[in-house]
Design a protein. Structure first.
Length: 239
């Protein structure tokens, strides 16, 4: 099933066995957490099947696959299930051959994990802007809080082309999905005040994996509008 296929929802039949030689990812086209996993699948050239799930109208069987009711979820040919985006990404990097995205050196790997912990505060502040927009509140205060967290994060970013060094690695793909959505979150202009991160975004936009999975700003806007209305059709916007 292609990544652009319409999402399964309440009443949908349970998918059959995972195709031979593949791994299955349960995703949602606009979910940044699921995009992390999809980026790793693409970067490592792993044969996979994508099944999109409507998170506002979930199929009854989905909670059996995903106890938290969230995406991404991986399912192997053996029926093994792996969920939570950092866990799925590390699993794929360890279980499949080819380019390793996580650093081999334990300290370098730990540095990337610590950077991601700091980035989680950026993500939280970004969602506060989105929720304020959804409820019709003034955006000045939440945008200021986001800017503060973004600039704090930038201070921790190394002086290299990418977040983990001179080539793209796991930390870049773990962070990227939210930068792709800056316009949707109404905070893109703040990037102009973070020169180092702006340069990183420009470099990431040249990455073949990022290009392969890029979603248009029009589709993000269409999704956001329907999502804020509570319309389950948001998951399939643009299809």
């Amino acid at each position: 099933m292609p990544a652009s296929a319409k999402s399964l929802q309440k009443g949908s039949a349970v998918p059959g066995p995972v195709p031979t030689g593949h791994i299955r990812v349960y995703s949602m086209r606009f979910c940044p957490f699921a995009q992390r996993t999809r980026l790793v699948l693409e970067a490592k050239g792993i044969k996979h099947e994508t099944i999109n799930v409507n998170l506002l109208n979930k199929p009854e069987w989905f909670l059996e696959k995903a106890p938290l009711g969230l995406v991404p979820v991986l399912e192997t040919e053996k029926g093994q299930v792996i969920y939570e985006s950092p866990v799925t990404c590390d699993y794929l990097d360890e279980a499949y051959p080819g380019k390793k995205l996580n650093p081999v050196d334990p300290y370098e790997k730990a540095k990337q994990k610590m950077l991601l912990e700091h980035f989680s505060k950026v993500v939280a502040s970004m969602y506060k802007v989105f929720m304020a927009r959804k409820s019709g509140e003034d955006l000045v205060a939440p945008k200021a809080a986001f800017k503060e967290q973004l600039l704090k994060f930038e201070q921790l970013v190394p002086d290299t082309q990418f977040l983990g060094g001179d080539s793209v690695s796991m930390v870049d793909y773990m962070v990227w999905p939210w930068f792709e959505r800056l316009a949707m979150f109404r905070v893109k202009e703040i990037l102009n005040e973070a020169a180092k991160l702006k340069k990183w975004v420009e470099a990431m936009m040249q990455d073949s994996v990022v290009k392969a999975l890029l979603t248009s700003s029009e589709n993000y806007e269409g999704f956001a509008k329907l999502y804020m209305e509570g319309n389950p059709e948001c998951a399939d916007f643009g299809l």
